[in-house]
Design a protein around this ligand. Structure first.
Ligand code: SF4
Length: 402
């Protein structure tokens, strides 16, 4: 069983991936529309917004997927990644009311809740012997300041030093910094000292202020999202970044979002994973949303892989898109399907029916069925280990891949 480590820049990728990609692209035949794009990729030229539009309108989705699959396999070979994690959301009380959000509650709501630091650590204790990551995001609590989060993270870290804390969206960082009357930089430094290991990148939605005004008025601006992540990267805190699509945005706005994140990553090398996921409509207030179809979801994942050359990992977020599409997306450029996820609230309240508490054997089986080799990773993509299934799972009647 192979184990290896990597630095934050390559995050497990083959450092020679651009040459591998150039060779593999040249060995294939491409249609007239795709050939100029393939040629740019072979020369490591970043794709333009117009290239992205061509990829969205190209009738042959499989050709787009094949190109994205080549980029993925040049970086990571046959590997696909997952981890062992749990989501704990310390409060659903939020001063904002984003129209796509099914999770937030007002302070007076019957089902509003909040955990103190001890309850947070007690919650984690239920899972700590079989996870090495806790994913923590929550509402913008009207009273909590930085001391509350410092206590929460330091008490969890003290009890469970092996569990990495991936926590807080950019708007939570902004809110905590404002409530505590300190800068974003000081907020991030103090939280890192208390045990914060990385930011999950949620809340990017679409980095276009007109779209944000329609779907999440009051949240951080696009520039603030980028600034908060840049500050984290400058402080040595790695982050992921996301894209919520299928609300009211145009294809141009989606592509510009990818380009903005790509260019920040070129400057900082601090993003490790891009997570594009579609809007789920249950219990939200966005009737005009143009819900994404299955083929649009895998196409968007493939296009993310092709547009973004500076962020190593593209995640097919199974909590949102379900296990079946996540498995398929591994053949369309994604290399990661997130984790075992022992419990999750936000996506499930919005309509996700993805099973929780999937053990590592079942998750690795899903990866193998997509023709990939499962690799278990840590939160920040610096430690990797090939995963060998130990438990016997009844064989499928049809052989799924070889
Ligand atoms: S998405 Fe976050 S900030 Fe917006 S309402 Fe929901 S919990 Fe609050």
């Amino acid at each position: 069983m192979q184990e290896w480590t990597s630095d934050l820049k390559f995050a497990g990728a083959d450092p020679n991936w651009k040459n591998i990609l150039a060779d593999s692209i040249r060995l294939e035949t491409w249609s007239e529309r795709i050939e100029p794009i393939a040629s740019k990729l072979a020369q490591s030229i970043p794709l333009s917004l117009e290239d992205g539009l061509t990829l969205y309108s190209h009738h042959n989705l499989n050709e787009v997927g094949k190109l994205a699959g080549l980029v993925k396999s040049s970086r990571f070979g046959e590997y696909a990644f997952f981890n062992s994690n749990v989501h704990i959301n310390p409060t659903n009380i939020c001063v904002l009311a984003c129209r796509f959000c099914a999770f937030r509650r007002s302070k007076k709501a019957d089902d509003a809740y909040e955990f103190g630091p001890d309850v947070y650590a007690d919650e984690l204790a239920k899972f700590a012997d079989h996870v090495d990551e806790v994913h923590t995001v929550g509402g913008l609590h009207p009273e909590w300041i930085i001391n509350d989060y410092e206590k929460m993270f330091s008490s969890a870290k003290k009890r469970f030093p092996h569990v990495m804390i991936k926590a807080l969206t950019a708007v939570e960082i902004k809110h905590i910094s404002k409530k505590s009357e300190i800068s974003v930089g000081e907020t991030l430094s103090r939280l890192a000292k208390a045990g914060l290991d990385s930011l999950p990148g949620g809340g990017a939605e679409i980095l276009d202020d007109e779209v944000r005004d329609k779907i999440c008025r009051g949240k951080e601006t696009s520039a603030e999202y980028l600034h908060i992540h840049k500050t984290a990267h400058q402080l040595g805190i790695p982050t992921n970044c996301t894209m919520l699509f299928g609300t009211v945005e145009t294809l141009e706005q989606r592509l510009q979002h990818m380009i903005d994140l790509r260019e920040l990553a070129r400057e900082t090398n601090g993003f490790q994973c891009f997570v594009p996921y579609p809007f789920l409509p249950d219990d939200s207030r966005l009737p005009e949303a143009q819900l994404a179809t299955g083929s649009e979801i895998v196409r968007t994942i493939a296009i993310s892989r092709l547009m973004i050359d500076t962020i190593p990992h593209i995640k097919a977020y199974r909590m949102n898109i379900g296990d079946n599409l996540a498995e398929l997306a591994l053949q369309y450029g994604a290399d990661d399907i997130d984790g075992t996820v022992q419990q999750e609230l936000i996506m499930h309240l919005a309509g996700s029916s993805t099973p929780l508490d999937l053990d590592r054997n079942r998750l690795s089986r899903l990866i193998e069925d997509a023709g990939c080799k499962p690799v278990i990773r840590n939160t920040i993509y610096t430690k990797f280990s090939e995963f060998e299934r130990k438990e016997i799972i009844p064989p499928r009647r049809l052989k799924m891949s070889s």
